[in-house]
Design a protein around this ligand. Structure first.
Ligand code: SF4
Length: 255
């Protein structure tokens, strides 16, 4: 079995805990207006790896994972599009004692989730928008796939880091954070971390190189400090919700 891989980054520090090898898989069912990796969207191209070729490559950096609490992160594109390959690769990595994270938007083939999710140590889930119509407009699909995926994460009690790209004029307000929180509160127990990522223009030249139109050409970058402010606001909401939950549980056990 082979996987179609766009690129591999070693010594990654942002896509999960510790030092990580990040494997970017080819293909994505979404078309996010702010995509900074449009070159990964197409299923074609890329380099073919067998499971053992990939695992042998990843294993070379194991001492870095071990000293830093790191591991490997599968990203994309949308890694769930290659779930059959992922399942085999993750089984082999777990047999080597390597921590595995999945960086996803939650749009894959549901029939693989049962076999895949119990193997994964952490999911980094990108929530694009909290309103179904706006979600469709922004990424080309309704929120149904994401909500379904969240219900599977809940069922399998998978640890979760949530991520949300904040776009100026679209989602940069407390009201937006309140609405986003409203959608995720139900899963608060699973959520270890929430990150608000400011929209940036770093991938813009890729659109020109690929002969694609950048749908966000007129939108400015998100102010980093403002994004930090909203991040601490929504983290506060999350912490309040968790501590409320803890109080309810201890009240129940005291009765
Ligand atoms: S899910 Fe990721 S790779 Fe796919 S279009 Fe959106 S930003 Fe790009």
């Amino acid at each position: 079995m082979t996987g179609n891989i766009h690129s591999i980054e070693t010594m990654g520090l942002v896509d999960g805990p510790g030092i990580r090898t990040v494997v970017f898989l080819k293909g994505c069912p979404l078309k996010c207006a702010y995509c900074h990796n449009p070159d990964t969207q197409n299923c074609g191209g890329g380099k073919s790896y067998t499971v053992s070729e990939l695992v042998n490559f990843i294993k070379r950096y194991k001492r870095y994972y071990d000293v830093s609490g790191g591991g490997v992160t599968f990203s994309g594109g949308e890694p769930l599009l290659q779930s059959a390959f992922l399942i085999e690769a993750i089984k082999a990595l777990k047999a080597e004692g390597i921590h595995v994270a999945l960086d996803t938007s939650g749009y894959g083939d549901e029939s693989y989730y049962k076999a895949l999710l119990p193997l994964v140590d952490l999911v980094l889930l990108d929530i694009k928008h909290y309103d179904d119509l706006a979600h469709k407009k922004l990424v080309g699909k309704s929120m149904n796939g994401l909500l379904k995926f969240l219900s599977y994460l809940e069922e399998h009690k998978v640890k979760l880091w949530l991520r949300h790209v904040m776009v100026p004029g679209l989602t940069d307000s407390k009201e937006s954070m309140d609405q986003l929180f409203h959608h995720i509160e139900k899963y608060a127990k699973l959520v270890e971390k929430i990150e608000i990522l400011p929209y940036h223009k770093l991938g813009v030249e890729k659109y020109t190189q690929l002969g694609m139109v950048d749908p966000m050409a007129d939108i400015p970058e998100m102010d980093t400090e403002a994004a930090k402010f909203y991040e601490s606001y929504i983290r506060g909401l999350l912490e309040d919700s968790k501590s409320q939950d803890r109080k309810t549980i201890s009240r129940r056990s005291a009765v």
